[in-house]
Design a protein around this ligand. Structure first.
Ligand code: S3P
Length: 442
């Protein structure tokens, strides 16, 4: 692998072998920082996700008066968070900037609706194109005062928070953990209970953490019911498990490379996140989970993946929210597998950091993939030989890393433009990749 920070050149390699320690889980890190900010006491969050997205959350929380100290950042990142306990956050002196992070904007949106001051939250060009009506609508049903650009559809959001919210009984129109979590955060400080119905299970990190911090939640298949807090959340120190969404690039690379064995250490295997493992195993992937244990209320394992003969599959229905962020890299597996891979029920991909149906189809096509877009997914014709070409991340971190995996399987050189955006979720991705290949970075 060669190139500069923004342009990376990836080539095939004879063998892919070694160990990867993925960064701390991004979803869990956001939640640990946010929930501990309103908890009582001090918390140490070890293995905090070092990517730019979670730093956006930290920046916003500091602007809201939360004392957060970074520790040991270059070796093993940790945060010390001094919760504001029963007291409220402080009115920020300026606009809050969520950067590229949908989780920051939506989770803080829910929390700020309950805080008795005015806040404005914005983000980068990609985040300002993403749908926020789905957040504003349920918060307004709770009595919140929230407005957005484009007739309450987009950020910047203006939030006049207040203490007098009330709980709602609400059916989420999409299986979105961000919206679910935002409503739960508002519900913590509302009057009366909040009941949510999900069309399919989405990641449940908020629910797990809230319980560990003393909130009263009842979880039934398809619904969650939360009682408002009668005392502050208790600070929760934890070690964040490795991020399966970051590990996914190596899970796919290991399975599709003809001469590979990769060990992924300390990876989160929460069942609401392991759709990628289930899909690869269904395709014939040789994947084993060793040393299963629990960290921070979440299941963790060391995962071993080896070269496999993959067969195309259909990905649709309730597995989709369990692998939504991994569909781009799964499409690379589909290119190499025998037969056809069909992805359906995944229209949510169109409103991620990029329109991931359009960008995956356009960039993998440049490498010679036979892939067609559907309104809610894609069809990938397998058995394809990819050839190196110039491609672009469209400033989408998951696409940059997906294209690196595709480049490993392509003949010749693959030049990835705007590759630096991998740092949104995985700053050490390029080093991790080159540690597995037999080429040294130039
Ligand atoms: C996330 C939820 C998912 C996911 C995103 C992180 C979270 O988004 O795509 O990367 O941390 O809650 P949606 O809730 O919009 O589906």
């Amino acid at each position: 692998m060669a190139g500069s920070d923004t342009v990376r050149i990836v080539e095939s390699c004879g063998r892919l072998e070694g160990e990867v320690v993925p960064p701390g889980d991004k979803s869990i890190s956001h939640r640990a920082a946010i929930l501990n900010s309103v908890a009582k006491g001090e918390a140490e969050i070890r293995n905090f996700a070092p990517g730019a997205d979670c730093l956006s959350t930290v920046r916003c929380l500091r602007a809201l008066g939360v004392k957060i100290v970074r520790k040991n950042w270059d070796e093993s990142p940790a945060l010390l968070v001094s919760g504001r306990g029963g007291g409220s956050l402080l009115e920020p002196g300026n606009v809050l900037d969520a950067g590229n992070s949908g989780t920051t904007m939506r989770l803080l949106g829910g929390l700020l609706a309950s805080q008795p001051f005015l806040s404005v939250i914005t983000g980068d060009a990609s985040l300002r194109r993403r749908p926020m009506g789905r957040l504003i609508e349920p918060l307004r049903l709770m009595g919140a005062e929230v407005w957005g650009r484009g007739q309450d559809s987009f950020a910047p959001l203006v939030i006049r928070g207040k203490r007098e919210l009330w709980g709602i009984d609400f059916a989420l129109p999409v299986a979105s953990a961000q919206i679910k979590s935002a409503i739960l955060l508002a519900g913590l400080f509302a009057r009366g209970k909040t009941v949510l119905h999900e069309p399919a299970p989405s990641r449940d990190h908020t629910e797990r953490m809230l319980r560990l911090m003393g909130a009263s939640l009842e979880i039934r298949p398809g619904s969650i019911s939360l009682q408002p807090l009668d005392r502050p959340l208790a600070a929760l120190s934890l070690r964040v498990p490795g991020d399966i969404s970051s590990a996914a690039y190596f899970l796919v690379a290991g399975a599709i490379h003809p001469n590979a064995r990769i060990v992924i250490r300390g990876c989160g295997i929460n069942p609401t996140r392991t759709g990628i493992i289930d899909a690869l195993v269904a395709m014939g992937g040789r994947i084993r989970m060793d040393n299963q244990r629990e960290e921070g209320g979440e299941p963790v394992a060391d995962i071993v993946v080896e070269s496999s003969q993959l067969q195309g599959v259909e990905i649709s229905g309730s597995i989709v929210p369990r692998l939504i962020d991994e569909i781009p890299v799964l499409a690379v597996a589909g290119c190499v597998a025998r037969g056809k891979t069909v992805v359906r029920d995944a229209a949510e991909l169109r409103v991620k950091e990029s329109d991931r149906i359009a960008t995956v189809v356009s960039e993998l096509s440049r490498l010679g993939a036979k892939i067609e877009a559907l309104p809610d997914g894609m069809i990938i014709y397998g058995g394809c030989t990819l050839s190196g070409a110039e491609v672009d991340s469209h400033f989408d971190h998951r696409l940059a890393m997906t294209l690196a995996v595709a480049g490993l399987m392509a003949e010749g050189k693959t030049t990835i433009n705007n590759a630096h955006v991998a740092r949104i979720s995985y700053p050490a991705f390029w080093q991790a990749l080159s540690s597995l290949t037999d080429r040294e970075p130039e």
